[in-house]
Design a protein around this ligand. Sequence first.
Ligand code: ZN
Length: 207
Amino acid sequence: MYNWLNLGIANFCEMQKNNRVPHALLLCVDMGLGAQELAYEISRRFLCLERGEETCQCRSCMQMSLKAHPDISIIQKNAKSQGIGIEQIRNGLKVLDETAANNHGKVCIIHETEFLTEPAANSLLKTLEEPPRNSLIILTTGNLQALLPTIVSRAMRITIPLPNVSVLNDFLKHELKTQDDFYIELAIFGREPLNIIKNITMELVKK
Ligand SMILES: [Zn+2]
C-alpha cells in the first residue's frame, strides 16, 4: 500500500472499531494516486472474516488476493467510453441484492464517479437512499465538484491529502530503481505518480 494512503485506511479502521461503518464511502483520491488500491484494501477489511489484519489468510482475504471474491463488484469507465452508463451501474449494484457467498457482507466499488451519466447517477442515488443491508458502496472521485450534491451528502467522505512533491519523487525513484529525479514529470502529469509509472513503462515497451 502506498504510504500516503495509510490515512484513508486508518480512517476506515476507526469506523470499524467504533461500529460506525456507513453504507457508502466516498474516497476523494485520484486514480493516479491509488484510488483502486485504497478502495480494494478497504473492501478487503470490510469483507474479512477475521480482524482485517494485513497478513490475514482467511477465506475472504485469500479470495481478495486472488481477485476472485464472489461478493464484490467493481465498476469503472472503460477506456473507450465517455462515461459510466446506467446498465453498468445496475449490473454492478446487483451484487448487493444477492445473498453473500461468504455470509459476511457485500461490496460494490464505483471508480471515477464523476463520469456517471445522469440516468446512472439517478440509479445510484436510489440505491444510496435505500441501501441493502450488510453492504458497502465505495465511490471514488478525483473531482468532487463534478458529483451531484445529493450523492456526496449520502456518503461518508474520506479525503486523501495530496502528498508532498518530494515524497512522490522519492517514491518514483524507488519504484523505477533510478537515481534520476521526476520533478518535471510530476509537473507535467500532475501529482499522480502511478500515471507516470504507466507512461514510462509504455515508452519502454515501444522502444
Ligand atoms: Zn481476512
